[in-house]
Design a binder for this molecule. Sequence first.
Ligand code: SF4
Ligand code: MSK
Length: 627
Amino acid sequence: MFDPNEPISVTKDGPLLHAKARRDGVETVFERHQAQQPQCGFCDMGLSCRICIMGPCRVDPFGEGPQQGVCGADADIIVARNLCRMIAAGAASHSDHGRDLVEVLASVAAGTAGGYKIRNEEKLRQLAGEYGVALEGRSPGEIAGALADAMMEDYGMRRKAITLVKRAPEKRRACWDAVGITPRGIDRETSETLHRTHMGVDNGWQSLLLQGLRNALSDGWGGSMIATEVSDILFGVPAPHTTAVNAGVLKADQVNIVVHGHNPVVSEMVSAACQDPALLAAAEAQGAQGINLVGVCCTGNELLMRRGIAMAGNHLMTELILSTGAVEMMIVDYQCIMPAIGQAAASYHTEMISTSDKARFPGMDHHEFHPQNAAELAAGLVQRAVDNFANRTETYIPVTPQAAMGGFSVETLIGALGGTPDPLIEAIKAGQIRGAVGIVGCNNPKIRHDYGHVTLTRRLIENDILVVDTGCVSVANAKAGYKLPEAIEMAGPGLKAVCGSLGIPPVLHLGSCVDNVRILVLLSALADSLGVDLSDLPVAGSAPEWYSEKAVTIGAYFVASGVTTHLGPMPPIAGSMQVVGLLTEGLNDVVGASFAVEPDPQKAAVFLQAHIEGKRQALGLDHRTIG
Ligand code: SF4
Ligand code: MSK
């Protein structure tokens, strides 16, 4: 837990800016977390229910008070229902993000999308082929329109299975069919989860949890996958770039604009406007040396992946970035944007702009982006940020930027390997690389900022385990210097040799939260090459500092896909030992993978290493005894 006498973060900029924010009287997430102590033990264990108005109810974990809610739901039912509702909310968030991109694709096809266009025709054709869209004699616009229509069908109820599950290895699809968790429609699964968790519907904690897995799969192989693929079509397939991270990417002599959220639809237009010669001239006229666009959270990751735009920070840094006094404007879209940041910005000259019809925030000016007005609106906002430069007073940028390499898509990664995953497979078979871990997810003030991420990552690469990361982890690891080719010096000898020969860092940035699907696609390619299921691979997932419902969904689709996943913070399930048992053990017999919870990243590293060595042994590869 946060101790006000200890630095809040393992990285340098966090504590310095936290001290500045406190000097300025700005309350941050760290103080608000402290003010909430002690947090409710019933909720923490998943034992409180407010699904209907006969309640709210709670079950006494010590067996002395009530053991059922008013309706008769016991601890197992209440815990399972609560967890499934978290999964549904996470799946809905990612999948609605995907829907917004499909709508932009449809607008591009209809010729009504202003500044948007198809940037990667090859990917458009590849996706259209996967969806069975006829290509012959059709223009890119016609193909895009038909593809958008076909993707919209995936959101509905006309299919027996969503289209992109075809990308999973055959053995995995057979497992899903046998268990009855093949996702049928993206919105359908979320809707069904909400139905089944209504009072008086599904009261089997096992059947509820299986629906939770199916719902999560509808995100991982559906909504999130669509979000990533359509983003690649509209904005380009990411390729490695060297960029910079931490609060030092803000520039004292330039107009600084920060984009925050998840969806690249807004930030791509802002990025284009920041390069407009007329706006650059306007900035110069204000005495600024340029317009500096930087990102935080996953909108930042999207820009970093495709444009090499610098990242100022991750989830818990958003208020601290504002405390530099150097931000002329922060433009947000949706997800992970704390409603307090408008209040933090009020202590400075920063203008706060919200842009989504579905996301409003206190203390922000609302300017709604739509495909039709996006280019014009972005230019207007950048002009406003330029004008605001004159209102700047003192700035405090206490660190210099850390260089980092990011932007590894599956395509560029396979390209770097010579067009096939075989060199990676050979390195794994030879034991130079023991396996791989996808470290994903957020920050959470319950854990010292970035400590879980950087500690776990370091231990893994030291032990020859390749790390791929996404979301807020990627900023933590970049700040720690793990994302430069020189970071191979921190890696074990095998990983060092392989990454050194390829000129890549031992920690590869695969993108934003929706881009976790790139990990699924990469693992499927490895599994197909080896002729095995995903659950046979010496790989794992981890979310050492997760906080959000989306992270629960990601963990659930990793596990349902056969990838054992470690969680740092305990999810709210401790109130039911049946649910804990199924998720941490029983699922191994159902989907060949399970969850593990370990708040200490040092111990988590040992667990993940042992898991990977166990998978190597089962594959008949050389293996080490761990622990
Ligand atoms: Fe209470 Fe049951 Fe209503 Fe939940 S659904 S609030 S346990 S009566
Ligand atoms: S932004 S979901 S805090 S990773 Fe994707 Fe970061 Fe987690 Fe949000």
